[in-house]
Design a protein around this ligand. Structure first.
Ligand SMILES: Cc1cc2nc3c(=O)[nH]c(=O)nc-3n(C[C@H](O)[C@H](O)[C@H](O)COP(=O)(O)O)c2cc1C
Length: 199
């Protein structure tokens, strides 16, 4: 059994991303995992201010929802980042959430090349939806995920589900007309059955 924290970074309440996320969660729970959903539509998490108070042993100066979430990040085995594609990348809500990892970083006296501090190491996964489905649709979002979450922060990738072709937000969510929900059920069920996959 793994502890899974799913961070939903915006999107419509019953939109494509929420449906994709719920499908993943449903099967992850059936597979015996303990899953918590954190919706950044309901909890306000602002981006980092760069004041650096946290670098001098002080708590983050911002009194928003992140402080209550920080222990959950530390405890989780897996953090799932779920986001609609906005202007070819992750939503600003997910970006703001990731910026706040700055205040949970710990001093690393001997960091590897290109890294300045130590982060709690977890597994990670990415769930995304978009209107378009070109071969390059998710390129920028995936690049950010790989560069920042995996290469820099040091998380271990458990897979990505990139659900293109879900229709734009000028109408009802259309993910149920695709096979992405099936893929999300499979992803949730199988995430700890084998390493790295792309659905
Ligand atoms: C502000 C905004 C920007 C968007 N940018 C893109 C984009 O760059 N590429 C794309 O394919 N779809 C884009 N979309 C469409 C959404 O990614 C797509 O409809 C998504 O499934 C909506 O998720 P939701 O139903 O969970 O709200 C955008 C939608 C909005 C509202």
């Amino acid at each position: 059994m793994k502890k899974i924290l799913v961070v939903l970074g915006g999107g419509r309440p019953n939109g494509n991303t929420a449906q994709l996320t719920n499908a993943f969660i449903q099967r992850a729970v059936s597979a015996g995992h303990q899953v918590e959903l954190l919706s950044l539509n309901q909890v306000e998490v602002n981006g980092c201010l760069g004041c650096n108070a946290c670098r001098y042993g002080k708590p983050c100066v911002q009194k928003d929802g992140f402080n209550a979430i920080a222990p959950k990040i530390t405890e989780a085995d897996l953090i799932v980042f779920a986001s609609p594609l906005y202007f070819w990348t992750i939503s600003s809500k997910i970006k703001a959430f990731i910026e706040r990892f700055y205040c949970i970083a710990q001093e690393d006296e001997n960091p590897p090349l290109g890294r300045y501090e130590h982060y709690p190491i977890h597994d990670c996964a990415l769930l995304m939806t978009s209107a378009d489905r070109y071969f390059w649709t998710f390129e920028q979002a995936v690049s950010y995920y790989k560069f920042t979450i995996i290469n820099y922060i040091g998380f271990q990738d458990k897979g990505m589900l990139l659900a293109g072709g879900c229709g734009n937000t000028n109408g009802s969510p259309r993910i149920s007309e695709t096979n992405h929900l099936e893929a999300a059920y499979r992803f949730g069920r199988e995430i700890y059955q084998c390493r790295e996959k792309t659905f």
